[in-house]
Design a protein around this ligand. Structure first.
Ligand code: OOG
Ligand code: MG
Length: 262
């Protein structure tokens, strides 16, 4: 049975407060085992409305759990999406304040910026390539609000798919000038290579993930607008970071991103 409106708002306030104030909570499906996927997205959209009501701008979207490595790492069956708020964004070389976060992890991603609207259902990779203004490199810093970073898919959707910060910059490129499938990524922490991967890890091609996002949003009557910044999902698995860590991610064709956790 679906949750009522009052419970949806209560859970949105609960999850969003934990994000803003950076404290751990227990998985919400423990207390509401009957909640549905639609409830989970209702909670996410209500938390987004909370931020907008306070004057926070929503500047983009993200896909999550789009690779086999990530689905296996987190034990979930499907990808999910979340929104990106203005204060999540950081430039190349940023210092990320770890005290504002709970137990952050870094992962390498390709970001898409749209020049045209994208509307599902039936959105496919060709529509995405035609509507993309440019792609650029990104490192997402995820920070599940759930204890020990453990959750199920409904709980993580309600928690805005663990969104918290991201770093972007490097080189922007025309999506048709590079092969995103074979685009290589090297993730280093404190000078040590911890993972190497390629774009195809994301649903075979990162643009597929953007098409899936447009189609998932269409189920709620929502469109991806021109100008939207979209993280297409982690190419690597997520790696925990601590105070003092330096992270460098080298992207073939797209340059390098660095950040320090302070
Ligand atoms: C959910 C978010 C995953 C990605 O790119 O796969 C994600 C999580 O693993 O906490 O952002
Ligand atoms: Mg991610």
């Amino acid at each position: 049975m679906a949750l009522d409106k009052k419970t949806i708002q209560k859970l949105a306030d609960h999850c969003e407060k934990a994000e803003v104030e950076a404290y751990e909570i227990t998985k919400i499906t423990d207390d509401y085992p009957e909640m549905t996927y639609e409830d989970a997205y209702d909670i996410q959209w209500a938390s987004r409305a909370n931020k907008e009501a306070r004057g926070t701008k929503i500047i983009g979207m993200k896909m999550g759990l789009t690779s086999q490595a990530k689905m296996k790492q987190m034990g979930v069956p499907n990808p999910c999406y979340g929104y990106l708020a203005d204060y999540f964004a950081n430039g190349d070389g940023a210092e990320i304040k770890i005290d504002e976060l709970i137990h952050p992890k870094v992962e390498a991603e390709i970001a898409f910026v749209l020049k045209d609207d994208l509307q599902g259902p039936g959105c496919h990779i060709g529509n995405v390539l035609a509507a993309t203004d440019f792609v650029m490199p990104a490192v997402e810093i995820i920070d599940s609000r759930y204890k020990d970073f453990k959750f199920d898919l409904k709980s993580v959707i309600a928690d805005n798919s663990s969104s918290s910060r991201y770093v972007t910059g490097g080189r922007s490129r025309d999506v048709n000038d590079i092969d995103l499938k074979t685009l290589g990524v090297v993730l280093q922490i404190n000078g040590e290579t911890v993972e190497v991967a390629a774009g195809a890890a994301v649903l075979g091609h990162p643009a597929t993930s953007i098409a899936m996002l447009a189609n998932m949003m269409a189920e709620r009557g929502e469109t991806l607008k021109a100008g939207t910044y979209i993280l297409s999902g982690a190419i690597t698995s997520a790696h925990a970071v601590k105070k003092g860590d330096n992270v460098t991610v080298m992207f073939q064709h797209l340059g390098t991103l660095t950040m320090k956790f302070v």
